[in-house]
Design a protein around this ligand. Structure first.
Ligand code: SF4
Length: 318
């Protein structure tokens, strides 16, 4: 995709483990156009949050990036020095983290946290300019100006998450990675935070990668969805197509597990557990849980391939 703002190419992440190397992200590729909202969905342990950290080069030992590339426009992130990469985080790609409680500094007022983020990236403003900028940012995320003088513990969960969005957009990034941004919030506040994220994304013209496991939220927010299983992408398609006509049996089961008015009282789960990454089954990693598995699935790993216009799936039968 030539007009992509973000390209992830064959990214791999390994963790050193007493039993050997564990492949947490295995050869994942996708790209994102400006303004696009791309979802990365999967059960916990599927590698989706590790992907988000790997894009930002935030994998810490015993983990390491073992191959692949990430491009922001024409900048190859693996070629940047640590200092250049630190500057690119926030200015080019910003993270709205999982659990705003831990992301905000508990002993700093919100104004100071935003001013620190700006100063750290070389944006030196006078006190008056900083105040105006902070007020403006808080307004963008629907927070009143007096939040600037508050400490994180004085804010509700939804307000803290909005404050994290305000910090994330303070340098007008081209890409926002939102890692389960609403996981600790109740449903009403979740929707408000997602509406805020959508609004600031449109104002900035940024692209968004939304990482999460809530397929309902994905259905409402993203344009395209990538489904991860055992560290690999198993399906990528426009969200409408995935919801109405999922091609991979795992995606089909994820969709079937969504509550629906038509299927009242008939909610289905996915049998079995996600495999341990350090002990993956041979062939297709989903075969022990797949109702359609055939002999070939136990022997040969399916690669992600085009199965319809704009849609890819990694299944021998798709
Ligand atoms: Fe199921 Fe086989 Fe497809 Fe894997 S390759 S999802 S086991 S049918």
């Amino acid at each position: 995709m030539n007009d992509a703002v973000l390209r992830v190419e064959g990214l791999r992440v390994l963790y050193d483990h007493p039993v050997g190397e564990v492949r947490a992200v295995d050869d994942v590729s996708f790209s994102l156009r400006p303004h696009e909202r791309f979802g990365l969905a999967g059960e916990s342990g599927s590698g989706k949050s590790t992907m988000a950290l790997a894009i930002l080069r935030l994998i810490r030992p015993p983990g390491r990036i073992d191959g692949g590339d990430v491009w922001l426009d024409d900048t190859r992130l693996s070629s940047l020095s640590d200092d250049a990469m630190r500057k690119l985080r926030l200015a080019g790609i910003a993270l709205v983290p999982q659990g705003s409680m831990n992301a905000l500094n508990p002993v700093l007022r919100i104004r100071a946290q935003i001013a620190d983020a700006l100063g750290d990236h070389g944006t030196l403003l006078s006190r008056r300019e900083t105040d105006a900028h902070v007020r403006d940012l808080l307004g963008h995320v629907g927070l009143p100006p007096d939040v600037a003088d508050m400490y994180p513990h004085e804010l509700s969960g939804g307000m803290k998450q909005r404050a994290c969005i305000a910090i994330a957009i303070c340098l007008r990034p081209k890409v926002i990675i939102a890692d389960e941004p609403t996981s600790a919030l109740d449903v009403v506040v979740q929707r408000q935070v997602m509406a805020t994220l959508a609004r600031v994304q449109e104002e900035l013209g940024a692209a968004v990668v939304l990482v999460g496991h809530d397929m309902g939220l994905m259905a409402q927010f993203v344009d395209r969805l990538g489904v991860m299983y055992a560290g690999r992408l198993v399906e990528v398609a426009p969200i409408g197509e995935i919801i109405t006509s999922p091609k991979h049996p795992y995606t089909q089961m994820l969709i079937a597990s969504l509550p629906s008015l038509e299927r009242k009282g008939m909610m289905q789960g996915i049998p079995g557990l996600a495999p341990l990454l350090r002990d993956l089954p041979p062939g297709c990693a989903f075969h022990p849980r797949c109702p359609l598995a055939v002999a070939r699935c136990r022997a040969e790993r399916p690669e992600l391939r085009a199965v319809a216009a704009g849609a890819q799936a990694a299944c021998h039968l798709a």
